[in-house]
Design a protein around this ligand. Structure first.
Ligand code: FMN
Length: 328
């Protein structure tokens, strides 16, 4: 999402601080799961493992794309990669744009820890098949996550809101990387059902709706620049809340695997996303805050414990079997 190294460090500092979340939540609180007083099995016998993008994960949880390219980013990424690897979770690296400009930055993205699912990340603006292939090769990634961030590009003083040919660019990358998977995500404003339908038609392997309710990238950009801040102030409640975006996606594109992120804050939220049709959920800002305090592993353990209890209490045998039947 950024090029200049100081911009990336600004983002880390500002995004971990106050005043950067949406005015309204992701809508997950209103999603009530069934509660079974007779869960039907022991807590320990709930199966959390899933298969996602041809990889085996210990649970349906991803660390969403955040950073890379600076010494501070290197520390954060190493902590997140270790925490994800030790727990068998997926990890999406931050935008690889700085890395493509300077391959010497590789150690700020990759650490020795190798999670079972590692995705590279690039913005859709300026995306080419060649750059996508080069980045995935450099990182030794299992696939690519492409972010759509129209609002951020529009608010950012140095932004490039050039979205006219984005569909063609995504289609070219899907073809060039095959059989490696391409996931397309927003960055926290969500997607319309029509967006998800169009992305499915482009052959993407999964869509992460990355809805509103968590980190608000207009406000993050607004905190970096006074003029951007004036524009951003009107967008504090913009976007499709994660729960609504998931419902719309499941309706318009029932065959494309869905991921959910944006305002996912605990293991019960993850279970709610699964019940709404997501295969897995992702978290960014809470894990950034935890990683800065060197407690990313503890933060993930807490989410996993909450998720296990939530899946169990709905009566579902496994995370993979969670669905509409677990909605109250
Ligand atoms: C510090 C920070 C940096 C981010 N950088 C990227 C990025 O490079 N690429 C991307 O696709 N999304 C990026 N995001 C967006 C997240 O992946 C996620 O979609 C968004 O923050 C909403 O999730 P959250 O509410 O859990 O933070 C970033 C988020 C944070 C907090």
């Amino acid at each position: 999402m950024a090029t200049a190294p100081n911009r990336k460090d600004d983002h880390l500092r500002i995004a971990a601080g106050p005043g950067v979340t949406h005015d309204r939540g992701p809508g997950l609180d209103a999603v009530r799961l069934r509660h079974r007083a007779l869960p039907g099995r022991d807590l320990a016998d709930v199966e959390l493992a899933i298969r996602l993008l041809d990889r085996d994960l210990a649970a349906p949880l991803l660390i969403s794309a955040m950073t890379g390219g600076t010494p501070h980013a290197a520390v954060i990424n190493a902590r997140l990669a270790t925490a994800a690897t030790e727990r068998g979770l997926g990890f999406v690296l931050g935008s690889g744009r700085p890395l493509l400009a300077d391959p010497g930055l590789l150690p700020t993205y990759r650490s020795p820890a190798r999670p079972p699912l590692l995705l590279a990340n690039l913005g859709a603006v300026g995306l080419t098949a060649e750059r996508a292939t080069q980045l995935v090769d450099l990182l030794g990634a299992d696939g690519l996550s492409i972010h759509l961030n129209p609002l951020q590009e529009a608010v950012q003083p140095e932004g490039e809101p050039h979205f006219a040919d984005v569909r063609d660019r995504i289609a070219a990358v899907v073809a060039a990387l095959a059989p490696l998977p391409v996931v397309v995500k927003e960055v926290g404003f969500g997607m319309d059902g029509e967006d998800v339908r169009e992305l499915a038609a482009l052959g993407v392997a999964a869509v992460d709706v990355a809805g509103s309710g968590g980190t608000n990238w207009a406000l993050v950009e607004g905190a970096r620049d006074a003029r951007a801040g004036e524009v951003a102030a009107a967008f504090g409640s913009w976007g499709v809340p994660t729960a609504d975006s998931l419902r719309a996606a499941a309706r318009t594109a029932p065959d494309v695997p869905l991921l959910a992120s944006g305002g996912v804050r605990d293991g019960v939220d993850v279970a709610r996303c699964l019940a709404l049709g997501a295969r897995a959920a992702g978290m960014a800002r809470p894990l950034l805050i935890a990683a800065r305090e060197d407690r990313a592993g503890d933060a993930l353990d807490l989410v996993l414990r909450q998720l296990r209890i939530a899946v169990w209490a709905t009566g579902a045998p496994s995370a993979a079997r969670m669905g509409a039947g677990e909605l109250a």
